[in-house]
Design a protein around this ligand. Structure first.
Ligand code: ZN
Length: 479
């Protein structure tokens, strides 16, 4: 696998990405066009993402459940915007057990409809509210242009669906989950995201308001990395989710939904990776430290391995996720490249001289070469390693934030705007008219990414029509 170098990110970012996914053994192409096989190493990253999110969902009062993969087609048709948005992407089952089905079934593209149907059965009184349910699962959307992790026909995700007695509560829930996503992305993924609201053109089909966390990838394009939607009473009305309120009157519930998917693995690759391969943030890395023993003779082997096993046991006891690479058929140099490609945050080398001196060599993945190398005492090795992993985690976030901020521009006029979105994001005034939004998309392929939640105290003009800007907004090209 080390035989050929990756294309550099500058040369061909798209091909660099594709090759990392395959060569680091994160995922592979399935026999069905547009589907992916998530390989064990990629799935292990996803499992760590799941654990970090699931913990946060439960801390905020949510519980998990499972709803069916198959949904009656008529359900999708009950909410007008929802069916318009999803129809072109539906996979429909028309035959079951050799018989043509009376009613075709769709493979869920998202579960608002089936869950709304169930909620209408479960909710009778205000005492039944709120319902705060999440489900981990997979969905199918018949995408035409696909890319591993970023856009595939089938993908894995979680979808939260909540129902509330009041509009205010549902709006609070929408923003609470947006904050949960932002906290996860920043503190676990080291992916600096911006929280914001989607324009009407970019919102989820069927939502009143969609919110998003937007991240800048290494080629400066944006990646929508998680979304939280306020659905108003749209789905409650479509599915008759009604309850008897405190004043004894029948009211429609207020609902939300929110999701984050395996797409986030793509966000990690494109935020942190370099020309040597993947770089994983320590908190999500399946392997945080790889130990590479270095020896030539059999005598060296036995003294080195004795020391290696002792250190391995110490690190394991301290909760560090470690891998001992004791392959004898490949050279240490080969192993270095191999684990660099796979993005392991820290490499620990032990040779005969280290055994003698009571030291080990540590090499940081985020700082290749001499800069990231240090020699530390074997005493207190677990403490040293845990501290260094935290330093790496923080350094990745800092580097990604600096990169993002140095590629956000505030253009003076439309000409500057067009240049800004060639290689970065434009942060600028918008009058919120769909005409100006469409013109930008047609002229530059950039879209409104989000209207930041934290609006600055600012007045200015719309970058397109020079009318009064009602919001300051991020525009950029996106995945
Ligand atoms: Zn305008």
């Amino acid at each position: 696998m080390a035989e050929e170098k990756l294309p550099t990110r500058k040369e061909d970012f798209a091909e660099w990405y594709n090759q990392i996914v395959v060569r680091a053994e994160l995922a592979d192409y399935a026999p069905v066009r547009g589907c992916m096989v998530v390989r064990p190493y990629g799935w292990a990253i996803w499992e760590n993402i799941q654990a970090a999110l699931d913990r946060r969902f439960k801390e905020t009062g949510h519980v998990n459940a499972a709803f069916p993969l198959l949904i009656p087609k008529s359900f999708l048709e009950k909410e007008k915007e929802h069916v318009e948005g999803f129809s072109p992407e539906l996979a429909v089952v028309t035959i079951g057990g050799g018989e043509t089905l009376e009613e075709p079934l769709v493979i869920r593209p998202t579960s608002e409809t089936i869950i709304g149907y169930m909620y209408s059965k479960w909710i009778q009184s205000y005492r039944d509210l709120p319902i705060l349910i999440n489900q981990w699962g997979n969905v199918v959307r018949w995408e035409l242009r696909t890319k591993l992790f970023l856009r595939t026909l089938e993908f894995y995700w979680q979808e939260g669906h909540t129902a509330h007695a009041t509009e205010e509560e549902a709006r609070q829930e929408t923003m609470r989950m947006l904050d949960v996503y932002a906290d996860f992305a920043i503190n676990e993924g080291a992916v600096p995201v911006i929280r914001g609201i989607k324009s009407q053109a970019e919102k989820f089909a069927g939502a009143v308001m969609s919110t998003t966390i937007e991240a800048m990838m290494g080629d400066t394009r944006a990646l929508q990395s998680g979304t939280s939607h306020f659905l108003g009473q749209n789905f409650a009305k479509a599915f008759d989710i009604k309850f008897l309120g405190r004043t004894n009157e029948l009211e429609y519930a207020w609902t939300t939904s929110w999701g984050l998917s395996t797409r986030f693995v793509g966000a990690i690759i494109m935020t942190h990776g370099d020309d040597q391969g993947l770089i994983l943030p320590p908190r999500l890395a399946p392997i945080q430290v790889v130990i590479v023993p270095i020896f030539k003779t059999d005598a060296e082997n036995s003294t080195v391995m004795e020391c290696v096993h002792r250190i391995q046991a110490e690190l394991k006891a301290a909760g560090v996720r470690i891998k001992l690479d004791d392959r004898t058929e490949v050279t240490p140099g080969f192993k270095f490249n191999d684990w660099e490609m796979r993005g392991v945050p820290l490499r620990l080398e032990i040779g005969p001289k280290d055994v003698e001196k009571g030291t080990v060599a540590l090499a940081r993945r985020d700082k290749p070469g001499r800069e990231g190398k240090s020699f530390v005492p074997q005493a207190d090795i677990a403490k040293t390693v845990l501290q260094l992993l935290e330093v790496i985690q923080a350094a990745l976030l800092e580097r990604a934030t600096a990169f993002r901020d140095s590629h956000i521009y505030e253009p003076k006029d439309y000409q500057e705007f067009k240049e800004a979105v060639l290689n970065g994001w434009a942060y600028t005034g918008w009058c919120e008219s769909p005409e100006c939004e469409t013109k930008i998309k047609e002229d530059t392929k950039a879209t409104t990414r989000c209207i930041p939640v934290d609006q600055p105290d600012w007045t200015g003009k719309c970058i397109v029509c020079s009318g009064k800007a009602t919001k300051k907004v991020y525009f950029s090209k996106a995945y």
